[in-house]
Write a protein of this length. Structure first.
Length: 321
């Protein structure tokens, strides 16, 4: 069956068409569901770019059992895609086939479980994880302060900054597989590389355990402040954006290649290459997802022509064109 992540691998820029049996009409298991299940749910308001179409179905479980039961009954019959804060995602204008699972408050907790360990819900924010670690005197998680996503997104994307990444701190994670089975995966099973994991497509990370080192809360707090300030100065934080657009190529910086190819401020429809950080694309107000993705492809072409480097997308592009 087609799974959403299969499309992530298509980085020739051509938006794939994907046939999903039944689409919105396909049966989803409503019996016994306690969470919120919405048909044709607009996703634009749930992602940073504020663009894109609707999910055939959006499921917001009330707790772990609710999610497990729902996935069990779904039994892999429709594609499933987890959505965090949508801070690394272009939802295409034709929407997302199948079911989008969004972990809300019930999955957003963080607790200290040992001298240097934390238990985090899949929907917990980077800021909450970093500040809970700080208060408990756990160092090494400060970098999460600057990444505006959820634990589930970090675990899948191997989120990182300032020389640290999730691969350095993850002990293991609990994952619901597309057939509803829950498994605990040690970090080694995720085969981490730069902004990539081997997490199964359609799997939902519901919790993760992180480990740091003993540290001084004041020093940890100071490092978090330094990170927040550095971000403020270098990234277009208060815009509709999707984070780093392209992966840094081996031995190079994507932003530099984009800049040298003359793309700073380049526009396509309502989308623009940020003037502040050239590896960020922004929605200036009325962009469509096609504008944003098209601009990304234009930038890739220009960089290829200028430096010979084929930039790879870091932003996940999902759904129907
Ligand atoms: C201003 C800005 C700055 C950023 N800076 C950085 C940075 O420094 N470093 C960095 O690495 N990233 C950065 N990002 C990108 C983004 O924050 C990270 O990729 C983050 O990990 C995405 O988390 P999310 O929860 O929003 O995931 P989403 O964007 O919602 O989804 C991203 C991917 O993760 C999957 N996913 C989400 N939740 C789950 C889950 N529970 N289970 C399984 N899969 C899941 C989605 O299906 C998708 O494949 C930045 C983004 C912005 C907007």
């Amino acid at each position: 069956m087609v799974q959403p992540d299969d499309w992530f691998d298509l980085d020739d820029g051509s938006a794939p068409t994907c046939a999903v049996e039944g689409g919105v009409e396909a049966a989803v298991p409503v019996e016994g569901v306690r969470g919120k299940l919405t048909a044709k749910a607009p996703l634009a308001k749930l992602v940073w770019f504020k663009t894109g179409g609707a999910a055939d179905w959006l499921f917001e479980p009330v707790d772990l059992d609710d999610l497990k039961a729902f996935m069990e009954r779904l039994d892999g019959n429709l594609p499933v895609m987890a959505l965090g804060l949508g801070s690394n995602m272009i939802i295409r204008d034709g929407g997302v086939p199948g079911v989008v699972v969004r972990l809300g408050k019930p999955f957003a907790g963080v607790s200290v479980t040992g001298e240097t360990t934390l238990q985090c819900g899949g929907g917990a924010s980077g800021i909450l994880v970093a500040s809970t670690a700080r208060d408990a005197g756990i160092a090494g998680l400060e970098f999460l302060r600057g990444i505006p996503g959820t634990v589930g997104g970090f675990v899948r994307m191997n989120g990182g900054a300032y020389g640290r990444e999730v691969a350095d701190i993850l002990v293991d994670c609990d994952v619901i597989l597309p057939d509803g089975e829950m498994v605990t995966l040690p970090a080694s099973d995720l085969q981490y590389s730069y902004r990539h994991s081997a997490l199964l497509e359609g799997a939902v990370v519901v919790s993760a355990r992180f480990e740091g080192t003993p540290g001084d809360p004041e020093a940890i707090g100071a490092e978090m402040d330094r990170i927040a300030e550095a971000r403020e100065n270098s990234q277009p934080l208060r815009t509709k954006t999707g984070g780093s657009t392209f992966k840094n190529p081996e031995g190079g910086k994507a932003w530099q290649l984009v800049d040298e190819a003359g793309c700073r401020g380049l526009k396509l429809g309502g989308a623009q290459v940020s003037e502040k950080h050239t590896n960020f694309l922004i929605n200036t107000g009325d962009a469509t997802s096609a504008d944003i993705e098209g601009l990304g492809e234009l930038v890739r072409d220009k960089v290829k022509a200028h430096s010979g480097v084929a930039l790879e997308w870091e932003i996940q592009r999902v759904g129907r064109p």
